[in-house]
Design a protein around this ligand. Structure first.
Ligand code: SAJ
Length: 452
């Protein structure tokens, strides 16, 4: 069965489906359609399905090439969307790209994935290849996906059903670019399945395709993002030490990175987005639940600690602000503060898990009147200087390129108090001093205690 499927994948006569037409699934569906497959997109949101069938992209934000690509492949009849799972019964390759969030207790919530599997299993055709692209905790393929599909279909993995995990490495603003160029970890429940998946993904990417097993693929994806989170947390902790001892983390980082094998990342006002705040918890959950099964206790300290450091950065920005206001004889309560940047990433309109949202909540709970500006986020794109008029301070949370053009003299003139707290090293100390601003930069001890 798998040989026949491989042949049809190579011929591009295999019929493909993608379940979950979000910022991962839709570009993936469009890419497989672009290279010649007949692709069926499935989503529960009827409006999203309708928009796609009109050749429109419902993906927010600037995704180079995506709008045109969707119009082209829908127009050519190679991509069609539906809400009807029954149509999946004719599909040979089915990719699943639905959300896999963690809850307040950092436990994965697989409601969407479970629902997809429950609806898919009964209609699966024999010999189908099912690939989970969503990021999942290690052992989810074995403990959740395989039993759900085998139970609901009566098939056996490796016999009438082929199963794999190929996590995405997309990034808002570079969806198609990443899909076409980045290497992929291709995990199959059997080695033959992984090889079939390599044949499939080779048609849409020139990146390396590393065939492996499902567990390794689950571990790689969650570990690569946990690794980044820990790296960022280290930079943030060094930044806070520099503040305490009067050092400048930005100078320190530059010199540290001259040392062979060092690559200290950027300290900042927090860590947001759809991947980094979540994936470390997926990895930790697997470690803890596996240890719990063996009545052990996975003594995970680094990954949770890094999450705590990074989630604490908006609060650190609040502390820097509070200190600067106190120097001017003001308290947070009753102050008016301009938050510059609401997206989670520079030059992006994506606000998921934005550190600015955390800061705004803390400011409002402290009695602050908050004004928000963001050149990339709809609803916050007002006139910066007009928003700054009468504010007691401005706090920079995102390193948008547009902020580098801000006239600091005019910003100073608009502010009631000359306080500028910079969480992303957008501005130079000298320029801020020349404009008459009390400039506090995260990680720069001299600026924090006013000697900078
Ligand atoms: N951040 C820092 N300091 C840094 C880097 C990032 O504070 O040195 C903050 C950002 O401001 C942001 C958050 O961390 O709030 C996440 O930034 P990110 O650059 O990691 O961007 P993401 O969240 O889009 O991460 C994606 C991930 N890609 C996938 O999961 C497929 C991540 O694995 C990539 O490493 C990252 O893009 C990338 O390299 O651009």
């Amino acid at each position: 069965m798998l040989d026949d499927l491989c042949r049809r994948i190579e011929e591009k006569s295999a019929r493909v489906a993608v379940i979950g037409l979000g910022y991962v699934g839709l570009p993936v569906a469009a890419e497989f359609a672009r290279v010649g497959y007949d692709v069926l997109g499935v989503d529960i949101q009827g409006e999203r399905v309708a928009r796609i069938n009109r050749g429109e992209s419902p993906i927010e934000g600037d995704e180079p090439g995506l709008d045109t690509l969707i119009a082209d492949v829908v127009g050519a009849g190679r991509l069609r969307a539906t809400t009807d799972y029954a149509e999946l019964g004719s599909r040979d390759v089915i990719l699943i790209a639905v959300e896999t969030p963690v809850d307040e207790q950092q436990v994965p919530r697989y409601q969407a994935l479970r629902a997809v599997l429950a609806d898919l299993a009964p209609v699966l055709k024999a010999g189908a290849l099912v690939i989970v692209e969503s990021t999942i905790a290690p052992r989810t393929m074995r403990d959740l996906v395989q039993p759900a599909l085998e139970g609901g279909s009566g098939y056996r993995v490796g016999e009438q059903l082929f199963l794999g995990h190929c996590p995405e490495r997309v990034m808002p603003g570079r969806l198609l670019h990443n899909l076409r160029t980045l290497s992929r970890v291709v995990g199959g429940m059997t080695p033959e399945t992984a090889e079939a998946m390599v044949v499939l993904y080779r048609t849409v990417t020139e990146g390396a395709l590393d065939a492996t097993d499902c567990l390794t693929a689950e571990l790689v994806k969650t570990a690569e993002n946990a690794y980044r989170d820990v790296q960022i947390a280290f930079a943030n902790e060094v930044a806070m030490i520099c503040e305490a001892v009067g050092g400048d983390v930005w100078a320190v980082r530059e010199l540290v990175n001259k040392s062979p094998g060092r690559q200290m990342l950027l300290p900042g006002a927090g860590v947001g987005g759809h991947c980094i705040p979540k994936d470390p918890w997926l990895l930790a959950y697997a470690g803890r639940s596996a240890a719990a099964r063996t009545a052990g206790e996975a003594d995970l300290r680094l990954i949770p600690a890094a999450r705590a450091v990074n989630d604490g950065m908006p609060g650190h920005m609040l502390a820097l602000l509070e200190r600067a206001l106190a120097e001017a004889g003001r308290t947070l309560d009753g102050a008016c503060v301009l938050v510059m940047g609401y997206a989670y990433l520079e030059d992006s309109d994506d606000t998921r898990n934005s550190p600015s949202a955390a800061l705004v909540g803390q400011l409002e709970r402290a009695g602050v009147e908050v004004r928000i500006h963001d050149p990339c986020v709809a609803g916050y794109q007002g006139d910066l200087l007009a928003l700054a008029e009468g504010c007691d301070a401005a706090v920079v949370m995102v390193r948008h390129h547009a902020y580098r053009e801000v006239d600091l003299g005019r910003l100073r003139g608009a502010l009631r108090l000359p306080i500028l707290v910079d969480g992303r090293r957008v501005f130079e100390r000298a320029a801020a001093a020349e404009a008459g601003l009390r400039y506090i930069r995260l990680g720069d001890g001299r600026s924090v205690d006013g000697r900078g």
